[in-house]
Design a protein around this ligand. Structure first.
Ligand code: C5P
Length: 227
């Protein structure tokens, strides 16, 4: 069992996990694992190698060996690197999200990423964001959050996020894509999206990010994770 404290944040697309995880990690001074980015990178690496979306062995090999790095630029903006090329923007499209959701249903890809994800647990602590952080990757985490929001609100948030990044998206198409992705994530055989038995359920519909962050920090304090 890991002695490094881990706070897991799981939930469906657009629930606000990513923003919440980043803010909480910053507040606690802990490391951050954006596990969705890893699946997005494997899908992108596969597309670049010309792998078919059914090539599980090929994607598993990439999941085990691809050179992946996270950093921040001088302004603190996240940078994500694949084989020494910056792909931060490229992996955020909904097409990349869909590719990620397809490779994420492959058991061998998930197995290859398990150890890579667990290596992010370094002192003083880790905030891990994804779908199976609390159920599979860090089952002993002292605090597990399962974050939800209504489908409409999640689609609107993701729409705003993509628009703010300069992507040309339609709300109707995005709603449909998110619904399909969530259905696939919740119904796959390996590590489906679901709350851990000991997870705290938080519905962020109608709440500001500050309110959600405060609720999580209060739980972290109650579990003695705050110094
Ligand atoms: O969180 P994000 O939208 O970046 O994740 C992209 C896709 O990666 C998800 O739709 C899901 O299929 C997959 N994923 C996963 N397990 C995780 C994180 C992401 O299956 N821990």
């Amino acid at each position: 069992m890991s002695v490094v404290p881990v706070l897991t944040i799981d939930g469906p697309s657009g629930s606000g996990k990513g923003t919440l995880a980043r803010r909480v990690a910053q507040k606690l001074g802990w490391h951050l694992l954006d596990s969705g980015a890893l699946y997005r990178l494997v899908a992108l690496a596969g597309a670049r190698c010309g792998l078919g979306l059914h090539d599980e062995a090929g994607h598993a090999e990439l999941a085990a060996t691809a050179l992946i790095r996270f950093s921040a630029d001088a302004a603190g903006e996240e940078q994500i690197w694949l084989e020494n090329e910056e792909v931060s923007r490229e992996i955020r499209t909904e097409t990349a999200g869909e590719g990620a959701s397809r490779v994420a249903a492959m058991p061998r890809v998930r197995a290859a990423l398990t150890a890579r994800q667990q290596q992010f647990a370094q002192g003083p602590g880790l905030v891990a964001d994804g779908r199976d952080m609390g159920t599979v990757i860090f089952p002993d985490a002292p605090l597990k959050i399962f974050l939800t929001a209504s489908p409409d609100e999640r689609a609107r948030r993701r729409y705003k996020q993509l628009k703010d990044k300069g992507f040309d998206v339609s709300l109707a198409a995005l709603s449909q894509e998110l619904a399909e992705r969530d259905h696939r994530d919740a119904n796959r055989e390996v590590s489906p999206l679901r709350p851990a038995n000991d997870a705290e359920l938080l519905d962020s519909t109608g709440l500001s990010i500050e309110q959600v962050e405060n609720a999580v920090l209060a739980l972290a304090k109650a579990r003695h994770l705050l110094r």
